[in-house]
Design a protein. Structure first.
Length: 169
């Protein structure tokens, strides 16, 4: 099995670089003869679809066609083909990005009751609840606030006088 990267998918979809496309053709003819011999991970797929939109200004229909073309290719294996198909269905009927749809589909496939998010736009997808974590008195929070590492004091500079640790040269 060979793993496929985002750049390979983009060149395959866009067909915009003849030299790289010849190399992709060679890769596919050499390693793509067996069903499931080429792996497209969820991360690669989500990044590739996002790049189609953001860098190449492809509309939702073009993004859908690109993902559908991959699902129809038997040489490609996915982490879960049915989940990708479910995400594509959500994507085609909604107004959210493919990555959001893939998140919701993966959670549903794993049996989650719902997807909790602060992203209000995602709540249009089935099985999503935009959450305000409970902070009322007596309410329990299943997600505890973690310490902010950005607020961690930096170590003292040994070349300067420091009031915090009283270190001096």
């Amino acid at each position: 099995m060979i793993g496929i990267d985002t750049s390979i998918l983009l060149r395959l979809w866009l067909n915009d670089d003849p030299a790289q496309n010849r190399r992709i053709d060679t890769l596919l003819s050499t390693h793509g003869g067996m069903p499931g011999s080429l792996l497209v991970t969820d991360v690669v797929l989500a990044e590739a679809v996002w790049t189609l939109k953001s860098a190449f200004e492809q509309d939702q229909h073009a993004q859908s066609l690109a993902v559908r073309s991959l699902l129809e290719e038997t040489a490609l294996m996915f982490e879960d083909r049915e989940t990708v198909a479910a995400a594509l269905s959500l994507f085609e009927t909604g107004s959210r990005g493919f990555a959001d749809c893939l998140i919701v589909a993966k959670h549903a496939q794993r049996g989650c009751d719902f997807t909790a998010t602060f992203d209000r736009g995602m709540r249009k997808l089935p099985g999503v609840k935009a959450r305000r974590l409970a902070s009322a008195k007596g309410a329990t929070q299943s997600l505890r606030r973690r310490p902010s590492y950005a607020a961690t004091p930096r170590p003292c500079d040994p070349m300067r006088r420091c009031r915090r640790c009283r270190f001096s040269e």
